[in-house]
Structure formats: structure tokens, C-alpha cells
Design a protein around this ligand. Structure first.
Ligand code: PLP
Length: 428
């Protein structure tokens, strides 16, 4: 039972609902809606102290700098991160992973003290292990890195319900001493499955490889902690957790980041610039060239406060109940549910966040999306930036409804009514 009422009880915090009466928003996996407190924090920055940070000696610049840096601390608190962890502000999960991939390409043997398989930089036939379930953000940057270095990307296959085939480790032949990077999402944006990463983490640890988590869909839907992730790096985006677009985080160990080469060059990331060359600032600033997303960070601070007030355990419980309700209805109507079954979710055999991929036989997901839109229900249809997963499932696309704290059972009922209409139109 939920201790904190969500759904309709929080809708008044989101101007979207007043401005879009009658819309059922079921696309929060793509981006979440923003509460007034976030919008107000951004407006306050732009209207009252819209000045640059770090370089100014005047009071307003000091205020902006303090507010910006306080958010960095709030992020680390939210992650329950120990002291040795740094949070780098990026543009989003995508940029966080690109930053990591580019910096790792430039590493020679500086990482050897931390990761025993990194006695040299990436070389021909080194292995980057990801999965077929990855969002293109955690896939294409690794393919590009492999192209540039001669390393190869190895893909963990998925099961029919979207979970990762853990048996792959014992069955696969790739040489473990060549394993340099394991990069996996904690929660799928398509099936909603919360992956069991333990065997893959152990594989990375046993071999002295880097273990990175794409937490874009994990951190916004459940209470998570640095200890639980137990990763070397994690990446996520603010806009999926009530914060602004254009802001993300890459978090990692300060000592490791201290030996890693920068991503972009420019202001703020330097220690000393001479004609002969430049020395670089300490992390996190080394990785934050130029004026950072100040307003976005300040808005994100307000989003974190809002989520902290609700409590992430309550967020998870609310979504769990709604997801189970939605899955049961899809199954009852005989429509295809691409992720774990309602039984699996209710019994706890599989953990799942509120991203629900489904289909109606003989109806293209885009038609489902278009008809639902006419009934005021906003869902997403397509490959969801996960073409490998679609290929593995043998479908071009799925329809996806995704839930967050402002949704409730009425929204699911409207979705199901809309799907009945689709069925009627297509006589399926
Ligand atoms: N990883 C996952 C699992 C995602 O769901 C997304 C966005 O949907 C991303 C990465 C990319 O996030 P962004 O577009 O904010 O960089």
C-alpha cells in the first residue's frame, strides 16, 4: 500500500495538466513532465540572478555558483554516493556516455592501477561488452569507439521478456583477458525490465574491466544507491526525473577521473594554458568545458528536492501497482505484452519499471499510437532507439505506454478503452 498519495494528488503540481485538459500522458520514458517548482527555479535564475558562474567575484555570481555547486552535492546525496565520487554535469545520458568513450580512447596506461586489464589503452580485438537491449545512446558510442581503435563490441542476447541471458557468460568464447569495458543499462526503456547485472558486474571485476551503468531509466523510477549500482561510472539524464532537458550526469571515482583525459577543450577545464600546451583542471571541472547548463542544473536541484519529498520507494511502489494493473488488462484482452507477464511482476520474479511495450496482432504500432492520440492518450510507437532489441524480437516496432508519478488507474482505463477502439476499427 502506498504511504504517499500520487497520481491525481500531485497533478496540480504540474502545469501541463491544467494547460492540456483531457490529455492522458503515457510517454514519461521519453521525457517526464515538469512540476512548477522546477519551472519557477529556472525562471528565478533567469529573471533575478542570470549571471555566469565560477569566474565572477560579485555577489550575484557567487550566489549562482553556490546554487549550481549545491546541486552537484544534491545529486551525490540522491545517489547516496560516498566521498570519493564526483558528479560531472553533461547534456544528458548520451553525452555522458560519449564523454566516457572519447576519454577512454585517449587513455594509454593511466588506468592500470585501477583496472588490471587496462595495462594499455584500447587495442585491436579488445572487447567492449554491451547487450542487445541497449538504447542507441549506450550502443553507438561504443561501436564508434570500436571503429576508431579496432576493439570489438560483443552483445549479450536478450530473452523473450527482454531480460538479459546471464548464461551467455559461460557459453561465450570471447577472451576474458581482452575484456576492457562492460556497459549495460540497469533498466530497459522498452520492456521496463530491471536487469540482473550481478553476473556481468562480477565478470568485469574478475577481469579488471571497467563496469559502466546507463541508469537513465533506473534512477528516476526506484530508490537506487551508489553501493547498489556498484559501478565505476553511471550516466543519467535530468529530464526523465522531472528536471529540465539539456542536463545529465556522469558520476565516477575521483581518482580514476583524475587520470582520464578531457573530452572537450575550452574555458574552465584548464589549470594552466601556455603556448607549448595546456594542463587540465581537476575533475569534475576538467570535463566541463565552457559555460555549463546553469539554469538547467538549478532546475534539476528543485526536481531532486521534489522527488526526495515523495521518496523514491513510494515512486517505485506506485509504478509497480499501476504496471501490474495495466499488464493484467492487456493480457485479459489478449494483446501482446512484450515484457514480463503480470504474474512475474506481481510475484516479484522480475522487477519492472513502468515502461510497457505492447501490440495488437495485425495492427501497426503507429496506427495504435495515432488512434490513441485521437482519444487523447499520448503513447509512443516505434523502435524506441533500440533497434537491436526489435531485431531480436523480430518486430519493426512496438507501442509503448510509460508511467510516472502523476499517472493513475484512470489513465490505464483510458488506454484500454482506446485500444478497444483500435480493435474495433481494425476488426481484430
Ligand atoms: N539510455 C536509456 C535507457 C534511455 O531510455 C535514454 C532515453 O530515452 C537514453 C539512454 C538517452 O537519454 P538522453 O536522450 O537524455 O541522452
Amino acid at each position: 500500500m502506498n504511504t504517499y498519495p500520487l497520481g491525481k494528488s500531485v497533478q496540480h503540481d504540474f502545469p501541463f495538466f491544467e494547460l492540456n485538459p483531457g490529455i492522458t500522458y503515457l510517454d514519461s520514458t521519453a521525457t517526464s513532465l515538469k512540476p512548477s517548482v522546477v519551472i519557477e527555479a529556472i525562471t528565478d535564475y533567469y529573471s533575478r540572478y542570470s549571471v555566469n558562474i565560477h569566474r565572477g567575484v560579485y555577489a550575484l555570481s557567487v550566489e549562482a555558483t553556490e546554487k549550481f555547486e549545491a546541486v552537484r552535492k544534491a545529486v551525490l546525496n540522491f545517489l547516496q554516493a560516498p566521498n570519493e565520487i564526483e558528479a560531472i554535469f553533461t547534456k544528458g545520458t548520451t553525452e555522458s556516455i560519449n564523454l566516457l568513450a572519447v576519454s577512454l580512447e585517449r587513455v594509454k596506461k593511466e588506468l592500470a592501477p585501477f583496472f588490471s586489464n587496462w595495462q594499455s589503452g584500447l587495442e585491436k580485438d579488445d572487447v567492449i561488452l554491451i547487450s542487445e537491449s541497449e538504447h542507441h545512446s549506450n550502443l553507438v558510442p561504443w561501436q564508434m569507439l570500436a571503429e576508431r581503435t579496432g576493439a570489438k563490441v560483443v552483445y549479450i542476447p536478450v530473452r523473450a521478456d527482454g531480460s538479459l541471458q546471464t548464461e551467455f557468460i559461460s557459453q561465450n568464447e570471447f577472451s576474458h583477458h581482452k575484456l576492457k569495458i562492460v556497459a549495460l543499462s540497469a533498466t530497459s526503456n522498452v520492456s521496463g525490465v530491471v536487469h540482473d547485472l550481478t553476473p556481468f558486474r562480477e565478470l568485469a571485476r574478475k577481469n579488471g574491466a571497467i563496469f559502466m551503468i546507463d541508469a537513465a531509466q533506473a534512477i528516476c523510477h526506484a530508490e537506487t544507491s551508489w553501493a547498489e549500482f556498484s559501478a565505476d561510472f553511471i550516466a543519467f539524464s535530468a529530464h526523465k526525473m522531472l528536471g529540465p532537458t539539456g542536463l545529465g550526469i556522469l558520476a565516477g571515482n575521483r581518482d580514476v577521473l583524475s587520470v582520464m583525459p578531457p573530452f572537450h577543450g575550452g574555458g574552465d577545464m584548464i589549470a594552466l594554458v601556455k603556448k607549448e600546451g595546456t594542463t587540465y583542471n581537476h575533475p569534475p571541472h576538467r570535463f566541463e568545458a565552457g559555460t555549463p547548463p546553469i539554469a538547467e542544473a538549478i532546475g534539476f536541484g528543485a526536481a531532486l528536492q521534489y522527488l526526495n519529498k515523495i521518496g523514491m520507494k513510494n515512486v517505485e511502489q506506485w509504478e509497480h501497482d499501476l504496471t501490474a494493473y495495466a499488464l493484467a488488462q492487456l493480457e485479459e484482452n489478449g494483446w501482446h505484452n512484450y515484457g514480463p507477464s503480470s504474474d512475474d511482476v506481481i510475484s516479484g520474479r522480475v522487477r519492472k519499471a513502468g515502461a510497457i511495450s505492447f501490440g495488437i496482432e495485425g495492427v501497426h504500432p503507429h496506427d495504435i499510437g495515432t488512434i490513441l492520440d485521437e482519444t487523447g492518450v499520448a503513447i509512443r510507437a516505434g523502435h524506441h532507439c533500440c533497434q537491436l532489441l526489435m531485431q531480436s524480437w523480430g518486430v519493426p516496432a512496438t507501442a509503448r505506454a510509460s508511467l510516472y508519478i502523476y499517472n493513475d488507474r484512470d489513465d490505464i482505463d483510458r488506454l484500454i478503452d482506446g485500444l478497444r477502439m483500435v480493435k474495433k476499427i481494425f476488426k481484430k
